[in-house]
Ligand binder design. Structure first.
Ligand SMILES: [Zn+2]
Ligand SMILES: [Zn+2]
Length: 332
């Protein structure tokens, strides 16, 4: 089969690879579309010690089961393969599974014609959903999980909240889109890349600004909720400044993690700080359903390219040359 293989730092090679064989309890999936994730970019830069070349990356996929349980079904997958019996799995919080592994990391991922994974991590897609929408299930579930986490600590309903989303990549974009579909009227997105700002403003119909050029735009104590989809020292500082007393700060992105935070404000202003990591299987199912129902809009901002041109897509994302918050690679 053809696959796009991460062969070294900033090196993606489109080449022939042996077709994977499903082990007992696994399925073989023919991939229809697979997204390029920030974490794949991180690996591409050689910054992820868990992703060791040569490796087929890619974990945001949609396709059809062609061997194993559920043969013939159109599916997406939970990239996390979880044990099903630890404390977190039985609580339905399987993103925290103590024994988890992951496709595109500890085993081959979806930048290929075929991929195998555990049958238990397969999620059936709603009727009629397009491959483009289906391949967005994983990032959409991350956005959904972040908003669900925030809603548990917000004092007022989400439509009434003023929300700052930091980052106009796929997670920031999908978060803004979902907030709008929940009826949230005041969504403002901070993004440094002009092309992405334009793309978010158009797709989510919300206020956007460049936090470097206009640092005062998200004023101190001005928002009920901040969702930081970047996770850098500067964005954490911006988040804690902008959040109102009694408000909530959800930390999703993790571009870097060394920083001091204003514990004085956190304490005296009773800010709720919540870290969120990925999604549970329930979040993935809800995201797939939402995508099938159009809750995330028409997805016109998503770009599709052949898998054979995947290396160029990584280069374009690296250079900030594309407005798309998400590029999907199509093996056929
Ligand atoms: Zn991802
Ligand atoms: Zn588990």
């Amino acid at each position: 089969m053809k696959a796009l293989v991460y062969t070294g730092t900033k090196e993606m090679t489109y080449r022939d690879e042996p077709e994977p064989q499903p082990a007992p309890g696994e399925v073989l999936i023919r991939v229809d579309a697979v997204g390029i994730c920030g974490s794949d970019m991180h690996a591409y830069h050689g910054h992820d010690p868990r992703r060791v070349p040569p490796l087929i990356l890619g974990h945001e996929l949609a396709g059809e089961v062609i061997a194993g349980p559920g043969k013939g079904r159109r599916v997406t997958v939970n990239p996390l393969i979880t044990c099903g019996y630890c404390e977190y799995c039985v609580q339905g919080r399987n993103n925290l599974c103590a024994n988890r592994t992951m496709i595109g990391m500890t085993r081959a991922g979806g930048y290929a014609e075929f991929v195998t994974t555990a049958a238990s991590s397969v999620i059936e897609l709603p009727e009629g959903i397009t491959p483009r929408a289906a391949a967005l299930t994983e990032p959409a579930a991350t956005a959904l999980h972040a908003i669900n986490t925030a809603m548990r600590s917000l004092v007022r309903p989400i439509p009434e909240c003023r929300v700052l989303v930091i980052g106009g990549g796929a997670i920031g974009m999908l978060t803004a889109l979902l907030l709008k579909s929940y009826g949230c009227r005041h969504v403002i997105v901070a993004e440094t890349n002009k092309l992405r700002r334009e793309s978010v403003a158009k797709a989510a119909d919300c206020e956007v600004f460049d936090p470097v050029a206009e640092p005062g735009r998200a004023a101190a104590n001005s928002v009920d909720l901040v969702i930081d989809a970047v996770g850098m020292k500067a964005t954490r500082a911006l988040s804690l400044t902008a959040v109102k007393p009694g408000g909530t700060f959800v930390h999703v992105g993790l571009a870097d993690w060394a920083s001091e935070i204003d514990m004085r404000k956190l304490t005296l202003a009773e800010i709720t700080l919540a870290g969120v990591y990925t999604y549970s299987t329930a979040d993935l199912r809800a995201a797939a359903k939402g995508l099938g129902e159009g809750a995330f809009g028409d997805l016109a901002w998503v770009e599709e390219r052949p898998l054979s041109e995947g290396a160029a897509a990584f280069q374009d994302l690296d250079a900030g040359r594309t407005a798309s918050a998400k590029i999907l690679l199509l093996p056929r």
